[in-house]
Design a protein around this ligand. Structure first.
Ligand SMILES: [Fe+2]
Ligand SMILES: [Fe+2]
Length: 374
């Protein structure tokens, strides 16, 4: 399906070699931390299957204006935008949405690789258990975004340069906690905020549901990072802490810059320099990019990487006000939204002619009932 890729995948292959790391075994089978084991149990209980939980029969017209309001397009209001015809604006939206979801997809594959790496490198067995459930979660997320892109948007962009650079650093560093810091805290923290934008702004019920369900899992992944790192970072030396704080600062800037979507404007034949400068300065986008840090900032503070350099960077980015956000409350509300969406979907499916034996509606009802018991 090469035609679906504006840049052929044969040109974008990627292998990271020389990953100097230590693979750790833990022979103590009776020392699991209760909070970690509880999270592991939750990870097992809350697995879902996109084949059954998502209404793939729903048709998506990639040029439909309901997919994303014009005002939410990052180039809305630019000179280029004003010149575009209605059809060209709709094409730009299609490409921008495909690009956004493609970054989610590639980020999910990155998370799949990172959580598998954690299984091998983290010293404690209880963390290996949890990372194993996350690995399965991430495989399901890759599967889900890939299907949405392939079947519905029918267009897939390559990985953005900033995201790729951060993934590279995260995976190449041999120290086990850097995988957590780069993936569970930074990349997943920002992803969670980006998913919520699509969940809350798109008029496409399918896009809404996918992002809501994925977010339900991601909240656990961030909790996993917090738990593991809070314990480990309590004992850091001054120098070790400084190295990690530097990484946080660098990663934060890379993640902030990953939303300029240069590749999209180039592919569409627009003036990419003009538009990335516009997106960089545009006020709406400024608010959007700040909101991306709503989950990262309180987490970084919570795990104790809150030295002057980190605070100065967050001051500079205008995101310090997130430092006292209640992460647990945010996760609970993500959970609630996903459950509500599922109930709505089940009602909608029951209301229309259910194919053959009605197994789909029954399946969703059963999943919901299982959710109620926990
Ligand atoms: Fe994920
Ligand atoms: Fe994740």
């Amino acid at each position: 399906m090469e035609f679906r890729y504006p840049v052929p995948v044969t040109e974008t292959g990627w292998n990271i070699t020389d990953v100097g790391t230590t693979v750790a075994f833990d022979w103590q089978y009776d020392t699991g931390r209760q909070r970690m084991l509880n999270l592991y149990q939750k990870g097992k209980d809350k697995q879902w299957d996109s084949i059954h939980r998502i209404d793939w029969d729903h048709e998506v017209d990639p040029t439909d204006q309901n997919l994303l309001p014009d005002e939410v397009m990052p180039i809305f209001g630019s000179a280029t935008w004003e010149r575009l015809s209605r059809a060209e604006k709709d094409r730009a939206r299609h490409h921008y949405l495909a690009w956004t979801n493609s970054q989610f997809l590639h980020g999910e594959q990155g998370a799949l690789v990172c959580s598998a790496k954690i299984v091998a490198t983290v010293p404690q067995l209880d963390s290996k258990f949890y990372a194993a459930t996350q690995t399965m979660d991430e495989a399901r997320h890759v599967e889900t975004y890939a299907r949405y892109l392939n079947d519905k948007l029918q267009l897939t962009y390559p990985i953005d340069g900033s995201l790729k650079a951060l993934l590279d650093q995260t995976i190449s560093d041999g120290r086990w906690d850097f995988t957590y810091l780069g993936m569970q805290v930074m990349i997943e923290g920002v992803a969670l905020a980006a998913f919520s934008m699509i969940r809350d702004f798109t008029g496409d019920p399918l896009g809404k549901a996918i992002n809501a369900y994925v977010m339900q899992d991601e909240a656990r992944h961030i909790a996993f990072g917090r738990l593991a790192l809070k314990d480990a970072y309590a004992e850091l030396s001054e120098g070790e802490r400084a190295e990690r704080e530097e990484f946080v600062v660098e990663a934060s800037y890379l993640l902030r810059d990953r939303f300029l979507a240069r590749e999209v404007w180039e592919t569409l034949g627009y003036d990419a320099d003009e538009l990335t400068a516009y997106v960089d300065q545009h006020q709406m986008m400024g608010e959007f990019r700040k909101a991306l840090f709503s989950r990262v900032v309180p987490t970084v503070k919570d795990i104790g990487l809150w030295g002057p350099k980190v605070q100065a960077a967050y001051q500079d980015m205008g995101v310090m006000h997130f430092q006292d956000a209640d992460i647990d409350e945010l996760s609970d509300s993500d959970d609630r939204i996903a459950e509500e969406m599922e109930a709505l979907l089940a009602a909608r499916i029951e209301g229309r002619t259910v194919p053959q034996d009605g197994s789909r509606a029954a399946e969703i009802a059963a999943t919901m009932a299982a959710g109620d018991e926990s």
